[in-house]
Design a protein around this ligand. Structure first.
Ligand SMILES: [Zn+2]
Length: 313
């Protein structure tokens, strides 16, 4: 039997993207807060991966790399063995509603920014807001990607997102996040080749899809935000439920290692509740989970996971 695989990936969404989700003006962020993900979260994440002795994949947003110090931080991470992958140029939550041409441009500009920072062209893509459609999938095929990791087939997450967006609409601060098609709930939980016309279904597409971890059955999402904030026995139970899977794709965000004391503006902390939890506590939990992965599986970058899984899919 082939060894079980696990990957750890982190979406390096800078704080202004959270302002957009929560309908807050970006002016609440000072220069320090705008740069926080690359100046503070990236070094913490690198140290966490190094301490446990596992590799990782960082999904970078092209426009964020223009902030002071960001490109250098990504270059250093890449030099230390972390894969740098593409999370689009501007992280437009409505990317799938754009024209095919505009979608291609978002991918290409994201790639160029990462290439300029690290010297390597990314081979993996994650859609902003995890929303995939045929045009976006086609753009990854056309641009020669090895894998995508955008499918998040989680029912509770979908419900929570719908509730938050409904509440924001009532307060007159509409979120810029868009609701994904409920079809994503029927998407495979395990790596698959998408149908290019319906990328949440199985087919024969050239670019592999590596869905983010959700438990079998109830499809509870096993992601950083929940792993750092929910009661620990629930996290442990969710992990145990996933143990039969041949591949475990643990997705985090840079904010999972930040807290209010780092200089996140209070307006944002009020809306992003996980920022109230001390970063030291979140780091401790993440280290414990990384060790679970290491004990049970061969922990590799998403790129290596895609290379190893491709022949069997
Ligand atoms: Zn993102």
């Amino acid at each position: 039997m082939a060894a079980r695989l696990a990957s750890i990936s982190v979406d390096l969404d800078s704080l202004h993207h959270y302002c957009r989700i929560h309908g807050l003006p970006e002016t609440v962020l000072d220069a320090r807060a705008r740069a926080l993900v690359y100046t503070t979260a990236v070094p913490r994440l690198r140290e966490l991966l190094r301490a446990v002795g596992v590799p990782g994949t960082f999904f970078a947003i092209g426009e964020d790399l223009a902030e002071a110090g960001a490109a250098a931080a990504l270059r250093e991470a890449h030099a230390a063995g972390i894969e740098a992958a593409n999370h689009s140029f501007s992280h437009d939550y409505a990317l799938t509603r754009r024209s095919p041409e505009s979608i291609r441009e978002e991918l290409a500009r994201g790639e160029e920014a990462i290439l300029a920072a690290t010297g390597a062209r990314p081979v993996g893509f994650r859609a902003p807001g995890y929303t995939l459609n045929a045009a976006l999938y086609a753009a990854t095929v056309e641009r020669g990607y090895l894998y995508g990791s955008s499918t998040f087939p989680a029912a509770p997450y979908y419900a929570a997102k719908a509730a938050v967006m409904g509440a924001l609409a009532l307060t007159g601060r509409p979120s810029r996040s868009i609701l994904d098609s409920p079809r994503v709930l029927l998407a495979p939980r395990t790596p698959y080749r998408p149908d290019p016309a319906r990328p949440y279904q199985r087919g024969t597409g050239a670019v592999l899809e590596l869905p983010m971890a959700v438990t079998p059955g109830v499809r509870f999402p096993f992601i950083g935000t929940f792993a750092t904030t929910l009661p620990w026995p629930a996290v442990r139970a969710a992990w145990c439920a996933c143990r039969g899977d041949a591949f475990f794709n643990f997705e985090l965000h840079a904010v999972d290692v930040l807290d209010a004391a780092d200089g996140v503006p209070p307006e944002l902390v009020r809306r992003q509740r996980d920022l109230r939890v001390a970063s030291a506590r979140k780091l401790e939990r993440l280290a414990a989970i990384f060790r679970w992965l290491k004990e049970d599986a061969d922990v590799v970058t998403l790129r290596v996971a895609a290379e190893r899984l491709a022949p069997s899919l």
